[in-house]
Structures are given as structure tokens and as C-alpha cells.
Design a binder for this molecule. Structure first.
Ligand code: NAD
Ligand code: MG
Length: 386
């Protein structure tokens, strides 16, 4: 039986992880849960899954939990780190969103927990530091992201050094057929309508700008130790082929499935076993056609920025991530326009003095500094608008 601490248990990945736990009560037990501010849902989860400890970021919500639950209740960043390092847990599911996930991932690994990782931002910003700790502490990091789960399965039993290239598939997001004029006018509401996946709001915007795919390129680099030149992206609107690996002999192995995150979440938790899934089967005859085409790096420059940041390394990916996060939330609250997101990222990346081989604290320092710079830049944009 695996004992799980689920960070971000109230989110899209967090609640789907709990669905899997509910389906396999003899395989998984919940040791810890955390939420940002949704104390109502967290309380329901506490009552159903009986964790040893929980944490809520928003300290004003602690009393909602203290008065009604018998488990240990922590709060704030320290609380999150405590639940990431619980002695009762052997596996930490990181389903936090954004750079809030960096430090808890690091703490969990230091405390010898295996990681099931949805929070790609942690690897984008701090991949070098995290992967070094993974090696030192001899823990496993299993991807939840569907593309990386696919690559893991394609490489399973193969010699990784015989892989010629890996190709990440990308739905293209809701604006894949838009012109630049159309992109100028899109709203947060338009961007929140993802064609194939139903996800949290930040990753949905990242999917519309293709920054999500850029993040995934960096995530794949760290997870599989593959050079950026060997990581490709192809637009595949149906989201059925989740990714592929081509080997030296030109044989290509792909992994397919319906776009349902419960499949890769379950695999990340059940590996090396495969449990009977309750989800629908894939019927290719029903899907009819699978299309593929090159991504447009000019219309969606965030994908290009991610290759650039990944190749430059150091603190640049953390800066790109922080700039993106600030810009996406400003767009979601209708303070800036869709195309301002890419402009802000470019500007903050250009203004950064890269630190090579950064420590975790230098990465977190760069993250904080860029958020502050982004805040000012967003205010400037808003004052010009009004
Ligand atoms: P979400 O917004 O639905 O959930 C995020 C969770 O983190 C919530 O429980 C929230 O309470 C918590 N949280 C948010 N901000 C926090 C903060 N500052 N401090 C502490 N806790 C905080 O997000 P999601 O869609 O579930 O995505 C989670 C991660 O998984 C992201 O990194 C995303 O890129 C990745 N991912 C998601 C999907 C998907 O289908 N949703 C697919 C692949 C990868
Ligand atoms: Mg993905």
C-alpha cells in the first residue's frame, strides 16, 4: 500500500488523484492534503480520507478546519513544507500550480519521498537542483503530465541512449487557427475554453499561449536527460497520441489514449503495476482522423522562449516561469491583453542577469524579484490603458 501526501488536493489534478484513491482503497491511503484557500472542499476531503495532517496556505482559513477536524492542521508555506515531508507518507503527489510547488518538491525529495509530479513549474524553474536531489536521495520521480507519462512508457524497457528524438504532441490550444488580429482581441473567457482537456485556469491559459508546451520541453529535458535539439513539438488537435519516441533504427513508439488525466495519474501511482481502469476505452474508428502539423513559432513565441531559456539554463527558466505566472494571472483578471503575456515575458527575460549553476535560494530569489518587476510592469500597462 502507498501512503500519499497530496499537495494541492482541491485542484483539478488533486481531485482526480483522490478519485483514483477512492477507486483503490486497498492500494492507496491518504496521509496528507493541502489547499490554497478552499477550506470547505478541504474539510470534505478530510472527513472522507482521514489524513494525519493537512495544510492551508491562507492562514485566515485555519479556524474553519481546526474546529471541525481531528487531524493536525498547519498553515502557510511552513505548513505546506511540513505536509510535503510527513513521516507517514512515502509518496508525495505534487499537484500544486506555479512556483509555489518548487520548495515543497525539494523538501519532499530531501525527506526521501517518491514524487508523482504534475507541477511542471518546479522542474522548469529548478530542474537542475531538483534532479540532483533525486539522484542523491535515490527517489523516483514519476510524471503525471500526459506527454511525459507517454515518453516514460515509450522508453520503458528500452535503452534511452538509443533514442534519436522525442516528440511531444500539443493540442495547439483554442487559438491554433487564429490570425494575429484575432489574437489581439481574445479575452480570458475565450482562452478558458480548451478544445480537448478540462484543467485549472493557469494551465489552460498556458496551453493557449503554447507556454505550457514550452514548459513541457524543459520538463522532458530534466526527466529524461535529453538534449533540447532532440526534443520536438508537433501540433495534434485530437490529443489522442500523447507523445512519441524515435529510436536510432527509425522505429517510432507512441502512447495513445483518450484525453483523460486520470489515466496518467493512475499510472504514476500504480507503476510498475497497471490497475484495471474504470475509464472509457479508446475507439480509433470513432475518432476517425488523427492530424499532425508543425507548430507556428512566430504566432506563439512562448514556445521559442522556452527553448531559449532551457538551452541558456541557470536562472533564466525560473525568470521566464515567474514572468509568465504574473502575466497569466493579470490576464485572467482582465488587467492585460492576451498578447501582453508574451511581451512581458520577453521584456523580463531580456532584463535578467543570468546566474549560472544557481542554488535553490538563488532560484527562489530570482522568482521573487521577477514577480516584483512584473507587478510594476503590469501596473504600467494598466495605467497606459486607462
Ligand atoms: P488547479 O488550479 O486546479 O489546482 C491547483 C491546486 O494548488 C489547488 O489545490 C490550489 O488550492 C493549490 N494552490 C494554488 N496556488 C497555491 C499556492 N500559492 N500555494 C499553495 N497551494 C496553492 O491546477 P491544476 O490544473 O490541477 O494544475 C496543477 C499542476 O498540474 C500545474 O502545474 C499544471 O501545469 C499541472 N498539470 C495539470 C493538468 C490538468 O489537466 N489540470 C495536466 C497536466 C499538468
Ligand atoms: Mg501536458
Amino acid at each position: 500500500m502507498k501512503h500519499l501526501s497530496i499537495l494541492g488536493s482541491t485542484g483539478s489534478i488533486g481531485t482526480q488523484t483522490l478519485e483514483i484513491v477512492r477507486q483503490f482503497p486497498n492500494e492507496f491511503k491518504v496521509a496528507g492534503l493541502t489547499a490554497n484557500s478552499n477550506s470547505e472542499l478541504l474539510l470534505k476531503q478530510i472527513k472522507e480520507f482521514r489524513p494525519k495532517a493537512v495544510a492551508i496556505m491562507d492562514k485566515s482559513k485555519v479556524d474553519d478546519l481546526l474546529n471541525f477536524s481531528s487531524c493536525q492542521v498547519y498553515s502557510g508555506t511552513e505548513g505546506l513544507n511540513k505536509v510535503a515531508s510527513l513521516s507517514e507518507a512515502d509518496t508525495v503527489v505534487n499537484s500544486l500550480v506555479g512556483s509555489a510547488g518548487i520548495e515543497p518538491t525539494y523538501r519532499a525529495i530531501k525527506n526521501k519521498k517518491n514524487i508523482a509530479l504534475a507541477n511542471k513549474e518546479a522542474l522548469v524553474a529548478a530542474g537542475s537542483v531538483i534532479m540532483e536531489e533525486v539522484k542523491k536521495n535515490n527517489v523516483n520521480i514519476m510524471p503525471i503530465d500526459s506527454e511525459h507519462s507517454a515518453i516514460f512508457q515509450c522508453l520503458n524497457g528500452e535503452n534511452k541512449d538509443e533514442a534519436e528524438k522525442i516528440t511531444l504532441t500539443c493540442s495547439g490550444g483554442p487559438f491554433r487557427n487564429y490570425t494575429r488580429d484575432q489574437l489581439e482581441k481574445v479575452t480570458a473567457q475565450d482562452a478558458l475554453k480548451h478544445p480537448t482537456w478540462s484543467m485549472g485556469s493557469k494551465i489552460t491559459i498556458d496551453s493557449a499561449t503554447l507556454m505550457n508546451k514550452g514548459f513541457e520541453v524543459i520538463e522532458a529535458h530534466w526527466l529524461y536527460g535529453i538534449d533540447y535539439d532532440k526534443i520536438k513539438v508537433v501540433i495534434h488537435p485530437q490529443s489522442i497520441v500523447h507523445s512519441l519516441v524515435e529510436f536510432h533504427d527509425k522505429s517510432v513508439i507512441a502512447q495513445l489514449g483518450l484525453p483523460d488525466m486520470r489515466i496518467p495519474i493512475q499510472y504514476a501511482l500504480s507503476y510498475p503495476k497497471r490497475f484495471q481502469s474504470m475509464q472509457k476505452s479508446l475507439n480509433l474508428a470513432e475518432i476517425k482522423s488523427l492530424e499532425f502539423r508543425e507548430p507556428d513559432f512566430e504566432m506563439f513565441p512562448c514556445l521559442r522562449y522556452a527553448y531559449e531559456a532551457g538551452k541558456a539554463g541557470g536562472t533564466l527558466p525560473a525568470v521566464m516561469n515567474a514572468a509568465n505566472e504574473a502575466a497569466v494571472y493579470a490576464f485572467l483578471s482582465n488587467r492585460i491583453r492576451f498578447l501582453d503575456i508574451q511581451g512581458l515575458i520577453r521584456r523580463l527575460m531580456d532584463g535578467h542577469n543570468l546566474i549560472k549553476n544557481p542554488t535553490l535560494s538563488e532560484i527562489l530569489g530570482a522568482d521573487r524579484k521577477v514577480r516584483e518587476e512584473a507587478r510594476k510592469a503590469i501596473e504600467e500597462i494598466c495605467s497606459v490603458k486607462s
